[in-house]
Design a protein around this ligand. Structure first.
Ligand code: ADP
Ligand code: MG
Length: 614
């Protein structure tokens, strides 16, 4: 049998290009990635051996051994884990199965940031070895198999596969030929602290083997989460977090707890300080890793935690679940759903505590993950109330406000929680819909998160105050009605009748506005009609083709409206028909709606400009 030469999948080729030709600040992360792969391989074997004991055979102490050779400029990393077959070598080290790779490449190409920070996140950890390697040889024997393969590559477009007798009896041995500029990694004093840092939390011994065959354990070899809280430093938590998450930030919060009693388990959960790239990708799943009595089982049990907590990293280690059960049956184990409930409660308790005691810190969390958590309002009715309470909003008066605070601060006569939704806060603040609310000093929630449109109609009220969109129907503002003089009333009625007739093809109705102070007119959606903002959103996504007829509201105190009334009464102005259309069109534009007849709109504006100069 001879060597086969194969090409990397195109995406891998691109990643290798980036990895080998860009400058990284943090080259040493290749060690973290390879040690973590070796540790994963041992976890996988431990799990497989639960049902197939012979896989462990005589070699029962799962471990990783690292050695180096100054003369040949080589580092060797060896594990006695699950190993890889020929096909697995080809698939795992020649392609990227993960979706989102294209996204990753775009991000790196467009981003100034240190790209090595993204490598772990995108699951391309192995390839980071080419930051320091001129050649990599991977000798591997799959557990239970008698044949071994050598995968070899210099990190250009190709890799080779050759049958070999030099592989370990089980597991994987990776020999790295260091580039000249990376030969510092053969320096023991430099290598050891890095290895310790990257492996101290791992649940297996990491050995360092010196040239005279002496083995020395570098890490403590005890799963971090199983240790006493008081024996763990912040640095160790951070290291563990970065290792399992692939993120490079400090965790925003570490939640480490032990549940005892009917259900015993340990939880070590990290809330990241920044969102990961895949937060809103449809295929993203929860990231908690399930262990049973220290043995890694799976990170693929959706039932372990609700999807709206998909940004969390961490592990759950159960004392009660049976070890020798398959992932598939575990999924339906009632203990899983009980653990789920208890973790969720614990998390909400923790979040509520931080929201109350450290509001500024809480806002950082909310800005990152608020829109994800809010999905729970409609997907998890049991937790709805808690999530609504934890939600924070920007309002006219405050950058961050809870519904509790909003309702406590509102005037006694106010009946509703008013909100206005749209694309950005600055635009919303200038909306004509807010004018009389501003005058009356009534606060309004300014919503820019599309998810709010989904849950508000479901929740409907908070502490018995209903939500009300300020672009929708009658605002029912608390007000003293001043009596209107009857001839003024007649004049405005005449204007309304006239506008209705002129604009009959474009609008549903014309009404006197109670929400305007400075603008002459605005459009609103009638009660029962689709909200203007939702309609715009759906239209942008191509999910809505029909146009809705809106209601035109006019401001009876505005000079323009008063002048138009006069003009109608005296039948004087020659261009007044044009004004009807312009009044409507400018109101539409400010709402982000399209003008229905752009050609005529532009003609009218030009005419107006000419009149202005005369
Ligand atoms: P990830 O670890 O995120 O899956 P990597 O690029 O680090 O991505 O590794 C790719 C895959 O290669 C792993 O998922 C694993 O299947 C395989 N692999 C890498 N190193 C080893 C090893 N030492 N033993 C067994 N399999 C390995
Ligand atoms: Mg990896």
């Amino acid at each position: 049998m001879t060597t086969e030469n194969l090409s990397f999948q195109a995406e891998v080729g691109k990643i290798l290009q980036l990895v080998t030709h860009s400058l990284y600040k943090d080259k040493q992360i290749f060690l973290r990635e390879l040690i973590s792969n070796a540790s994963d391989a041992c976890d996988k074997l431990r799990y497989a051996a639960l049902t197939e004991k012979t896989l462990l055979e005589a070699d029962t102490e799962l471990n990783v051994t690292i050695s180096m050779n100054k003369d040949t400029q080589q580092i060797t990393i060896q594990d006695n884990g699950i190993g890889m077959s020929k096909k697995e070598l080809t698939d795992n080290l020649g392609t990227i199965a993960r979706s989102g790779t294209a996204n990753f490449l775009d991000k790196i190409a467009t981003q100034e940031a240190d790209s090595s920070k993204l490598i772990g996140q995108f699951g391309v950890g192995f390839y980071s070895v080419f930051m320091v390697a001129s050649k990599v040889d991977v000798y591997s024997t799959k557990a239970g198999s008698k044949t071994s393969w050598l995968w070899s590559s210099t990190g250009s477009e190709k890799f080779s596969l050759t049958p070999t007798k030099l592989a370990p009896a089980r597991g994987t041995k990776i020999i790295i030929d260091l580039k000249n500029e990376s030969k510092e990694y053969t320096d023991i004093s430099k290598l050891k602290p890095i290895i310790k840092k990257y492996s101290d939390h791992l649940n297996l011994p990491i050995y360092f083997e010196s040239s005279n065959d002496e083995k020395e354990q570098v890490n403590s070899g005890m799963a971090l989460w199983a240790r006493q809280k008081k024996d763990i430093t912040q640095e160790q938590y951070k290291e563990f977090y970065q290792n399992i998450s692939g993120q490079f930030d400090e965790p925003w919060q570490v939640i480490h707890f032990q549940a005892e009693g009917q259900l015993s388990y340990i939880g070590l959960i990290f809330i990241p300080a920044s969102p990961a790239y895949d937060l809103f990708m449809p295929e993203i799943k929860n990231k908690l890793k399930l262990h049973v009595r220290r043995v890694y089982i799976t990170d693929d049990i959706e039932e372990l935690i609700p999807n709206y907590f998909r940004f969390l990293h961490g592990i759950i280690d159960s004392e009660d679940l049976p070890l020798n059960v398959s992932r598939e049956t575990l999924q339906f184990n009632p203990m899983i759903s009980r653990i789920n409930k208890r973790i969720v409660n614990q998390l909400f308790k923790e979040l509520a505590k931080i929201a109350e005691k450290e509001p500024e810190k809480y806002i950082l969390f909310w800005n990152n993950f608020g829109s994800v958590i809010k999905e729970g309002i409609y997907t998890d009715p049991d937790q709805r109330e808690k999530i609504v309470k934890l939600s924070r909003f920007t309002s006219l008066k405050k950058e961050s406000i809870s519904l509790e605070e909003y309702t406590l601060k509102m005037p006694k006569k106010q009946k509703y929680i008013y909100y206005l939704s749209g694309q950005n806060i600055a635009e919303l603040k200038n909306s004509p819909h807010l004018e009389s609310l501003k005058e009356k000093k009534i606060d309004v929630l300014l919503l820019t998160d599309p998810v709010d449109e989904v849950w508000i109609p479901i929740v409907n009220n908070f502490n018995e105050f209903e939500f009300k969109s300020v672009t929708h129907g009658d605002l029912e503002l608390p007000s003293k009605n001043k009596a209107e003089k009857s001839d003024e009333k007649n004049d405005i009625d005449a204007l309304i009748v006239w506008l209705k007739e002129k604009l009959s093809t474009e609008i549903k109705d014309v009404r006197i506005s109670k929400r305007l102070a400075d603008s002459p007119a605005c459009i609103i959606s009638d009660d029962g009609d689709l909200d203007i903002n939702i309609a715009n959103m759906l239209r942008e996504r191509g999910q809505l083709n029909e146009d809705f007829k809106r209601v035109l509201e006019i401001n009876p105190n505005h000079q323009l409206i008063l002048k138009m009334q006069k003009s109608i009464k005296n039948k004087k102005s020659k261009n007044i028909d044009d004004l009807a259309f312009l009044l409507l069109d400018q109101a539409k534009l400010i709402e982000g709606e399209k003008v229905s007849d752009l050609g005529n709109f532009s003609k009218r504006i030009v005419q107006l400009m000419q009149d202005y100069i005369e």
